[in-house]
Design a protein around this ligand. Structure first.
Ligand code: FAD
Length: 290
């Protein structure tokens, strides 16, 4: 079943994100991670993609193929176009197709040091349109930003850009992390009122450490509610308790979202299977739409 069909079946999805190991890292580690997260039974697993570099793209393809073949779980291969030509994107899509992968998260990608010379795509919507028009057998996801994208200062412009992705052919959306569910509900209301109809999964990333969270807020422009700031204060000198409290906070967020009818929950596992396990076990079958 494609991921688009999975959403169409009207169930709330549970999905996980993993990332390929860094250069020179032990590749077998990711397969241990996959074994553990696959055992939880997600609807799909996504694999991130570096903004540049053949090696990263090959790893994304290889890991996504392993998810499909080894675990019989749909894989969502991230694909960025910031420094890519149509020919390069076409080659990767053919590789994915040959490996039986039919779900793409179509992204612009983060800017690359030294510019993005040679790119045939200005925005993710250009990539989405290219895939929709030329590779019709793929189901296509795209990124959404409940607090707006960091480079887009006008929130309603961001909503317009999201609608352009749907018009270009996106089948579903996955959001950037956020820590305040009210922010997500507001965004969802505005998106729906603006005519965006496709399913939107909520991206959940737990706080694991102060450094991690500082990096994320400046990279993504997300806000920190006072409840999180108080956790950071309370566990200033206790990394283990902060990690545990961060995962619990994310689990509570996930349960509230499911009970409020969200289309899906996408957990950024950061390749740490206990994150997926704890959050998934906190939400029970009763929290999902029957
Ligand atoms: P776009 O939709 O192209 O948006 C980029 C910027 O351009 C935004 O500010 C937007 O508002 C603006 N814009 C869009 N359309 C127009 C238009 N027509 N006119 C003017 N402005 C416009 N990055 C990676 O490198 N690898 C990954 O694997 C990866 N996975 C991700 C997964 C998720 C769920 C999310 C939310 C993000 C992910 N990213 C990843 C990060 C993403 O690549 C960056 O946030 C990137 O800066 C924007 O990507 P986009 O696809 O949303 O781009």
């Amino acid at each position: 079943m494609s991921i688009a069909e999975c959403y169409r079946s009207n169930k709330q999805t549970l999905s996980f994100e993993v990332f390929p190991p860094k250069k020179d890292a032990d590749i077998s580690k990711i397969y241990e991670v996959l074994r553990e997260v696959a055992a939880i039974g997600p609807d799909f697993i996504s694999v991130t993609y570096g903004a540049s570099g053949k090696e990263r793209s090959d790893k994304t393809v290889e890991i996504a193929a392993n998810i499909e073949r080894g675990f019989d779980i749909p894989a969502l291969a991230h694909l960025t176009c910031i420094a890519a030509t149509r020919e390069e994107i076409g080659e990767i899509l053919l590789k994915l197709r040959a490996k039986g992968i039919r779900n793409i998260l179509a992204l612009l990608g983060d800017p690359i040091k030294g510019g993005s010379a040679g790119s045939d795509y200005a925005y993710a919507s250009d990539l989405i349109r290219h895939i929709r028009e030329n590779y019709g057998d793929f189901s296509i996801g795209a990124a959404a930003y409940p607090e707006g994208h960091i480079r887009c200062e006008d929130f309603s412009e961001g909503i317009r850009h999201l609608r352009l992705k749907e018009e270009a052919g996106a089948d579903f959306f996955i959001t950037q992390l956020f820590f305040d569910n009210e922010v997500f509900y507001r965004f969802l209301d505005i998106a729906r009122a603006s005519g965006i109809t496709k399913p939107i999964s909520a991206g959940i990333m737990p706080i694991l450490s102060r450094q991690q969270i500082e990096r994320m807020i400046f990279m993504c422009g997300v806000s920190l509610p006072s409840r999180i700031i108080k956790l950071l204060y309370r566990y200033e000198n206790d990394d283990g308790s902060l990690r545990q409290a961060g995962i619990e906070y994310a689990a509570v967020q996930a349960r509230d979202l499911l009970r409020n009818g969200v289309d899906g929950i996408h957990i950024y596992t950061m390749n740490q299977p206990d994150i997926a396990r704890i959050i998934s076990s906190y939400v029970s079958a009763r929290d999902f739409k029957q």
